[in-house]
Design a binder for this molecule. Sequence first.
Ligand code: ATP
Length: 730
Amino acid sequence: MLAAGAVGTMQNRSERDTFADMYASRLARLWAVERGLAFGRLDHADEGRLYIGKIGMTDDDQRRLLIDWRAPVAQPFYRATPTAPMGVTRRRHLQTRGRDVIGVDDDLLDLDALTDDDRATLNGEAALLAALDERRTGRMRDIVATIQSEQDRVIRSDLNGVLVVQGGPGTGKTVVALHRAAYLLYTHRERLERRGVLILGPNLTFLRYIEQVLPSLGETDVLLSTVGELYPGVTATRRDRPEVAAVKGDARMADVIAKAVRDRQRVPRKPIELQVGRITLTIDRQMLDNAKNKAGRSRRPHNQARAVFVRSLLTALARQQARKIGKGLIDDDELADLREDLRTEPVVKAALNRLWPYLTPQGLLLGLYGSAERLGHAASALTPEERRLLRRDGGEWTESDVPLLDEAAELLGDIDEQVLRATAMQAEEELAAARRAAENEREAELAYAREVLELTGLSDVMEAERLAERQRGDGPYLTTAERAAADRTWAYGHIIVDEAQELSPMAWRAVMRRCPTRSMTIVGDIAQTGSAAGARSWAEVLDPYVAGRWRQEQLTVNYRTPVELMDVAARVLATIDPGLRAPLSVREAGTRPWSAPLTALPELVAAEAADGGKVAVVAPDDLVPELGGRLAAAVPGAAVVTPGAGRGRGTEALDAPVAVMGVTDAKGLEFDSVIVAEPDLIAAQSPRGPSDLYVALTRATQRLGVVHERPLSPALRDLPSRSPEPANGL
Ligand SMILES: Nc1ncnc2c1ncn2[C@@H]1O[C@H](COP(=O)(O)OP(=O)(O)OP(=O)(O)O)[C@@H](O)[C@H]1O
């Protein structure tokens, strides 16, 4: 398409560009599914063979070559068992490298049909175990070839309603949620492509960790986000201290914000006198009450209700003015004229702005945090200590501010750009400056695009404007996900929330607002809740929204953590609640978890990293910088993820051979080898500390150790001491 050149009418060119776009994305999709394209075969007693792959394919004669794993006929690949074979006699897993088959692994489901040869080679779990044992790359991979039956049930569960997927660490909740997104898009393509699918994860590092999975399944148009990015225009990556986050996340904050908005619609006790020309006009209590009631009855958000308030007040003032200039009765036209004159009168404008100001969510929240008096009034339902925790002057937005900004935006409504300009000179100047900046940026982008086209020799087939537009990510070519990300009021077709136990009640309000149809998948583990504002039960989270209308699935098998490691974690789990059961591990590591003195950490990390696997040191938040410093000196390439730090946290923790981090940043991730520093300090660092320790102990796929100076609690006390030789020898 591109080689045809920039010929023909504008319409020809635009059609050509559209086709070029379409082919380019089709090509990108094909490249993405190349790895492990075909991974399974089903032999049926009567229907012959079907090959299962990441996408469906036919040959030139429209004969089926490959069945998409999400198609109903592929389901037996994941569900058939010897007791319920679903018509399948043999299920074959194909292992490939590039386009070569390097291994096959058969499940023979019709045991009567076995030949002696078959019996000798029966090895049902080989593909799964091989996948689980693979060294970690720092990025999650798809599991289409080895999805297990309980996971398949979750993936193919109905689109409608709220599905909770509860499961212990390593049971595949995240990976299953991602495959469910791919399945739902395949099965309900039209509905979901229009409204979009949103996946919410706990932090940016986690999103980087999982971002390859959906493209590798051929799905590229899903929006991955954190709660901290839900409010367009604000990217909050900083975290509040736990006690502050707990207050901001509390459901009572909804009333605090509502009250803060009402407090800005002021009715002063004394009448206000305005000198307009030679006449003194008075705004009295009754006029104000009247205007406020009218605005309230309009049921519009604050910024839009302002118009009602202003009109009512101006009408009353205009009548007063008419009386005062001796004009008794006036008709509607005269009234309108007087009203418009008053509207532009500076003293009147200033008074209206004081009485019912235009407010942005940011302005409202900063005004609230910045004033003990405002807080004292709006947050009277909070304790003095809680109010003190909210006090702050300026500063960067945090993750727990975002749901509050969203709440405020809902109550305030938009401010019309034109109104802004008309009412505030300052806003006009800011706007003009922003426009100038945007114009400069646009010119720079255009120059860059021209350069790219020159260099690639494509300057005659594509216009620089169009390339610049695409790079900027706006214009008519926005995908659904991009449009949704920019629109605070977007209603998604389906929302998946991962590590959902961490969301605060205020965050849930922001999430639910984005999914009026309540078609959601909520994935998490109550036993891993670390955030003080997080969930204690799914009923507590969901009953306010969908009481009695949500369903739950359990995942029970741990695919990440080997038996020896899980035994240790299970002892910690029992200290949280003796009734909690750890998931069953499917494999053994062959190495036992160990303990060693904290001082030995650098050598131990170096030994663990020696064989090239990914190593994480998970430490109490306060210790991370210091341990990071010590390790950086001893182990080249070690990355430090500072707890609660702002922007820029991305892939370093995933790509480095060794990473040091707090538990919050380790949530949802996994590493070949994990060393937990000062476990008892982790357990003591917050009210949900024991859950944090449980999370830390379940991050490893192969090896686990603890290093400590403080005495170990009974759950960890009998770990054998680490001997000096390398890990493999343990
Ligand atoms: N059926 C499967 N086949 C192959 N690998 C699997 C399968 N199920 C899960 N895994 C692997 O197990 C690991 C754990 O999965 P995942 O991170 O989704 O678990 P999780 O339940 O979200 O854990 P956590 O709650 O601890 O974050 C991942 O490496 C995942 O790829």
